[in-house]
Design a protein around this ligand. Structure first.
Ligand SMILES: Nc1nc2c(c(=O)[nH]1)N[C@H]1C(S)=C(S)[C@@H](COP(=O)(O)OP(=O)(O)OC[C@H]3O[C@@H](n4cnc5c(=O)[nH]c(N)nc54)[C@H](O)[C@@H]3O)O[C@H]1N2
Ligand SMILES: Nc1nc2c(c(=O)[nH]1)N[C@H]1C(S)=C(S)[C@@H](COP(=O)(O)OP(=O)(O)OC[C@H]3O[C@@H](n4cnc5c(=O)[nH]c(N)nc54)[C@H](O)[C@@H]3O)O[C@H]1N2
Ligand SMILES: [Mo]
Length: 683
């Protein structure tokens, strides 16, 4: 008889689903969505429904191992936890003694979204050690910074309220692929007469199901938003009352907008003039109007500005007033956990460094490993991430990982491309085997998951690994003895009103709870009456910052570069994958092995559908299979990410092409500002 247990999907996805897991004889037999959860609504995506293949995979890492082959080769011998921890402590001590504590670099991202296994004991450990601090910028940094500047809060329209919208702009948002639990609300809205428009350089499944698709050149969204504002102001379609009451800088904005007439914006974005005008009119007059903005728009050199400009639109037209109006990029800023108590940055004072540790931007990992001095990075500690596959400028990253004098520890569940470079490889538990607390960046529910299975072999939760290591390093502070439950209780004790009534006990009983963002049963309307989190409480149009220029790496950018590499490459998320987490599956490998090309661009190069093509630029090259058609705009090529290197015949994925240049805000990544050329493979 199968037993049904509660859990929570830990993956890096806005949906943070509440799960019901059927278990029989210690194995997962079925995994489905909690029908009572207002956003999960009883279903899970296809990739998680199949999670048992990962949970019970014969490839799972079960024991600590020591490298015996060359770096990258993936040959290891089994060792005990005792030996592994002893060796790590010894090597870390040696590095610290010779080079100083900043020669140690942690590298982690969102393999799990859980705060216990993702950002608690690990952070304490590295702060206490005085390691270099990692700036976790690879995904959303530019957009987050922009949202903080503009709205002052990193949250927005509640997903459940999209059902009341009458116009929804899906702006750089592949909802069906990467945020599927918003879809039922959109379907409901459409049934009531809503229009659904997509704005994207790629027409994906979501675009094909929308009423209208606007192709836009990567990195030009700020120009489109400014062009729409130009039309809205010129035609007096803005909400003068909202603007007057809750914003500032409008008069200067008017002047700034004169620079963005539709004629100019059409050239910058690739939309037709008439499309810009119509879109602006419709956006300003159909109410409620919602924008689902996703991080696709900000993974480029002008990504910060794009999010800044787009997030001004709802204030200009007063969309925040309506239930079902406004904008959603992220909800994560509403989860006011006590991060300082969890991560204890104050422990750095005990490290002997005598000043704040230096910060290293994770986007620049390749440079950090190959160019950084005083001190160089001599020990790298990777967990919850797979940088060999996901980080940009891959050839430089791999060069760094190959360094013989670099001591690398990787904590992993699976034999990833990064794991193959480890000196010591440690086995991690999955979300079904450990405790964690989960926030969401797509809704307002907080969830707790307890273990539902025993860990296989000798796998351990990240927090436990860092507890053991802290003891080995002689860190005496009591905080290194906190249990996972202690950590969750600490996180919840911030005293913020949104967390009122949410406790370990309540969560342990129910599994998930809505934040107290609004009274029960009532919609959360964050900015209906202003209430922006800015210093003045008003939204500042700050027009002096709204100066758009095309990305240097784009068809209108650096002339020398675009002459050699005329095509703009975007590498958005695979529908079947989750970054590189399911890269072992054939379905993911197939989806990430193709390059979508416009038929005219293909014809110019003698490329036909199904041809093997070499995509290249000055940073590297990768071989993919061409899919020729009209799903991307002319001048743009698109490949889904992220493929496992060891499954690719040439041992590289699209990140061999992508740039480690930083975005205009927040030190964000610019994966989608990437010029390439494509040629047919000769054989
Ligand atoms: N199935 C699946 N789901 C996922 C993930 C996954 O890998 N697979 N990854 C998760 C992660 S890490 C994240 S951050 C989230 C959010 O993920 P997002 O960042 O929103 O997803 P992407 O697919 O990268 O980008 C969304 C869309 O933006 C488009 N785009 C790219 N450049 C531009 C541009 O300059 N302008 C405009 N308008 N559009 C552009 C892409 O073509 C794509 O359709 O999704 C999560 N969910
Ligand atoms: N070309 C291109 N590159 C991209 C992107 C893109 O759109 N295009 N997207 C970027 C974005 S948005 C993101 S967020 C990053 C994602 O980059 P990462 O956060 O590195 O995501 P994953 O590739 O899914 O790797 C997560 C790893 O963590 C492991 N893991 C999961 N749970 C645990 C755990 O509890 N403990 C330990 N120790 N390990 C665990 C998984 O097995 C997996 O190998 O990739 C970026 N890279
Ligand atoms: Mo991400």
């Amino acid at each position: 008889m199968a037993e049904l247990r509660r859990s929570v999907c830990p993956l890096d996805c806005p949906d943070a689903c509440a799960l019901l897991v059927a278990i029989e004889n210690g194995r997962v037999t079925r995994l489905r969505g909690d029908p009572e959860h207002p956003v999960t609504r009883g279903f899970v995506c296809e990739k998680v429904a199949r999670y048992a293949d990962r949970q019970h995979s014969p490839e799972r890492l079960l024991y600590p191992q020591r490298r015996i082959g060359r770096k990258g080769e993936g040959r290891f011998e089994r060792i005990s936890w005792e030996a592994a921890l002893g060796e790590i402590a010894e090597r870390l001590n040696a590095v610290v003694a010779r080079y100083g504590s900043e020669a140690v670099l942690p590298y982690s991202y969102a393999g799990t979204m859980g705060i216990v296994q993702g950002a608690s004991m690990d952070r304490r450990f590295f702060h206490r050690l005085g390691a270099s601090r990692l700036e976790r910028t690879i995904c959303s940094a530019a957009g987050s910074a922009a949202l903080s500047m503009t709205l002052g809060h990193r949250y927005g329209l509640e997903p459940e309220q999209f059902r009341h919208s009458r116009l929804v702009l899906l702006w750089g948002a592949n909802v069906l692929g990467a945020n599927v639990h918003l879809w039922p609300f959109l379907v409901e809205a459409v049934r009531r007469g809503a229009k659904l428009y997509t704005i994207d350089p790629v027409r994906n499944r979501t675009g094909r199901l929308s009423h209208r698709h606007y192709f836009i050149h990567p990195g030009s969204d700020a120009a489109l938003a400014l062009g729409m504002m130009h039309v809205i102001v010129r035609e007096r379609l803005y909400d003068a009352d909202y603007v007057e009451r809750y914003t500032e800088g409008f008069q200067a904005l008017r002047q700034r907008l004169e620079q963005y007439p539709p004629t100019r914006v059409a050239k910058l974005t690739g939309l037709a003039e008439s499309e810009i005008v119509e879109l602006a009119r419709e956006y300003a007059t159909r109410r409620p109007a919602a924008i689902r903005l996703n991080y696709g728009v900000q993974r480029n050199e002008r990504g910060g500005l794009a999010v800044r400009a787009i997030s001004l639109l709802p204030a200009l037209v007063g969309a925040w007033r309506d239930v079902g109006g406004g904008l959603l990029l992220s909800t994560s800023g509403a989860f006011h956990l006590d991060r300082a108590a969890l991560e204890r940055p104050d422990l750095e004072q005990l490290s002997g460094l005598g000043r704040p540790a230096r910060a290293i931007n994770m986007v620049e990992l390749g440079r950090a490993l190959t160019e950084l001095r005083n001190p160089p990075v001599m020990a790298l500690f990777v967990y919850n991430s797979n940088p060999a596959a996901v980080a940009p400028n891959q050839n430089l990253v791999l060069e760094g990982l190959r360094r013989e004098d670099l001591f690398t520890v990787v904590i992993e569940q699976m034999p990833t491309d990064t794991a193959a470079y480890a000196d010591i490889l440690l086995p991690a538990t999955t979300f079904l085997e450990h405790t964690d607390l989960y926030i969401s960046y797509g809704h307002y529910y907080l969830s707790l998951a307890r273990p539902v299975l025993e860990p296989p072999g000798e796998a351990k939760p990240n927090a436990e690994v860092f507890r053991l290591l802290a003891a080995r390093m002689g860190f005496q502070e009591p905080c290194f003895r906190d249990s996972d439950e202690d950590l969750v209780r600490t996180a919840l004790a911030s005293g913020h009103p949104f967390l009122e009534g949410i406790s370990w006990d309540a969560l342990a009983e129910r599994g998930w709870m809505r934040l107290r963002v609004a009274p029960e049963g009532q919609p959360f309307q964050p900015f209906a009456q202003g209430g922006f989190g800015t210093a003045s409480g008003r939204l500042d149009f700050a027009p002096e910052t709204l100066e758009y220029a095309p990305p240097s790496e784009s068809r209108l950018g650096d002339a020398h570069l675009r002459a050699r590499y005329p095509l703009e490459l975007v590498t958005p998320k695979a529908d079947s994958g989750l970054n590189s987490s399911f890269g072992y599956r054939d379905s993911v490998d197939r989806e990430t092995a193709t390059l979508a090309m416009h038929e005219e661009d293909a014809a110019l190069r003698g490329i036909r559908d199904g041809d093997r093509v070499r995509v290249y630029n000055a940073r590297g090259a990768v071989v993919l299979t061409a899919r020729v058609g009209r799903d991307v705009m002319r001048g743009v090529v698109a490949a889904r990410s992220v493929r496992w290197l060891r499954r690719a015949p040439d041992g590289r994925n699209v990140n061999a092409l992508t740039s480690d240049r930083l975005a205009d805000l927040g030190g964000g990544a610019t994966f989608y500002s990437c010029l390439v050329e494509v040629e047919r493979c000769s054989d």
